[in-house]
Design a protein around this ligand. Structure first.
Ligand SMILES: *Cc1c(COP(=O)(O)O)cnc(C)c1O
Length: 432
């Protein structure tokens, strides 16, 4: 049994001065029960908390630590950049170099603008798409997360053509009305929305592999179908690759599936652990961004030299080491194969979805291909499994509706530990 009294005390204290005790909601463990662990350090596959407990980390800061924690290539670049000042507010060589590198890696990107988070990237991308098309509405998919911008915090209406309803107080009806939603993997629903809003849709935005309702893969022909529809209707197709970019391949999901969107948004891995996001796409669209064009978007700390040093080191490494993706594919495949064996031994029939180094185990025996089917999962069971894993020193995403992110620091031995811990935690969780 792992005890964490110092974390518990810190969490109590945190609630007096921070809303809910955390700076981002999922960290609070509300979906799984129990107290969050306060981390002090991490190296390779392991994180260490305030109480000195060690965890095998399978979230990796929600993706960025694809090479494991405190990777030397990234840390050295940061340390080298620090003495030259933490910020200039003027252009630097590094920004030119990282832009060229991103253009060379991501198939859809001819020009790119650096920002400070994934949220900023998606907010800016839809503003540019609206400026470019002169249209107001956007289509997003139920269960896809695009950061906390107002336009994206919209759940499904009752029917496919009904207007969006805000998911969060503080999002105005006006904003919600401009966001239409469709079920993931449902091309017909998208076609219906487009027909009912002829000439009014600026952009269709989606996670090309969805990671924010648990891992959901695009059905055969879904991405290509959206591409064809957008071409026909003059709609800007935006792939939100904040999670999948530089993870599913060096060129993201767009390279893996061979479908090129008009614009892409990036984050997470792009900063190597520093707060960085980016959006980019076709020249003719990106030329609308100020000061080249009329769509305003700016940032005091955008292109920050320390963040660029970290991102540059990370992306350069990934570009020059394609074997990273072969290794991740193998490790993740072995983890899932081990889980399948566990399920079989325990007589359970749960659904596992995986693409490359992202995967989710859904506690349902139904196939999961959109948000409705994802919601058939037994989340109470997931909570017990999560806590069982935590007790065994394995740190999973604290929600059924998240993917796991595997890093290159996960060895075959650690795969075995994960599989064994999962067997025990699962057995316990189903018995309770
Ligand atoms: C994490 C994420 C975002 C938001 O990025 P932040 O850096 O947290 O603002 C946007 N889109 C997707 C697909 C994400 O996974």
């Amino acid at each position: 049994m792992i005890h964490a009294p110092i974390s518990e005390e810190l969490f109590q204290r945190a609630q007096h001065s921070i809303p809910g005790g955390v700076n981002s909601p999922v960290r609070a463990f509300r979906a799984v029960g129990g107290n969050p662990r306060f981390m002090v350090s991490a190296k390779g596959p392991y994180m260490y908390d305030e109480d000195g407990n060690r965890y095998l980390d399978l979230i990796n800061s929600w993706g960025p630590m694809i090479l494991g924690h405190a990777a030397e290539v990234v840390n050295e670049a940061v340390i080298k950049a620090i003495p030259n000042s933490l910020s200039f507010g003027a252009p630097t060589r590094k920004e030119v170099e990282i832009a060229e590198l991103i253009v060379s890696m991501m198939p859809s990107i001819e020009k790119v603008r650096m920002v400070n988070s994934g949220t900023e990237a998606t907010m800016s991308a839809i503003r540019v798409a609206r400026g470019f098309t002169g249209r107001d509405k956007i289509i997003k998919f139920e269960g896809c997360y695009h950061g906390h911008g107002d336009s994206f915090l919209i759940s499904a209406g009752s029917g496919a053509i009904t207007l969006g309803v805000p998911d969060s107080p503080g999002v105005t009806k006006g904003t919600a009305n401009d966001t239409l939603t469709a079920p993931y993997n449902n091309l017909e629903a998208v076609q219906t929305l487009v027909d009912a809003n002829k000439g009014q849709i600026a952009a269709i935005i989606l996670e090309p592999v969805a990671g924010n309702m648990g891992l959901v893969t695009p059905a055969e022909g879904f991405l290509q179908g959206l591409r064809t529809l957008c071409d026909k209707e003059g709609i800007v197709l935006i792939f939100d690759e904040v999670m999948t970019g530089f993870r599913l391949s060096a060129g993201g999901a767009q390279q893996l599936y061979g479908v090129t969107p008009d614009m892409s948004t990036m984050g997470k891995i792009i900063g190597g652990g520093m707060p960085v996001g980016a959006y980019g796409g076709k020249k003719e669209i990106m030329e609308f961004v100020a000061p080249a064009g009329p769509v305003y978007q700016a940032g005091t700390l955008s292109g920050n030299p320390i963040a660029m040093a970290a991102g540059m080191a990370m992306l350069t490494y990934l570009k020059e080491h394609p074997e990273v993706y072969t290794q991740l594919e193998q490790t993740s495949g072995n983890m899932v194969a081990g889980m399948q064996r566990n399920l079989q031994k325990l007589g359970l029939n749960y659904t596992i979805n995986r693409v490359g180094s992202m995967f989710s185990i859904f506690f349902t025996d139904k196939p999961v291909y959109d948000f409705e089917s994802a919601k058939t999962s037994d989340t109470a069971l997931f909570g017990r499994y999560f806590n069982g894993m935590l007790q065994r020193g394995v740190y999973l995403a604290p929600s059924q509706y998240e993917a796991l992110f595997v890093s290159t620091a996960v060895t075959e031995e650690l795969v075995e530990q994960y599989v064994q811990a999962s067997f025990e935690a699962l057995q316990e969780a189903v018995q309770q």
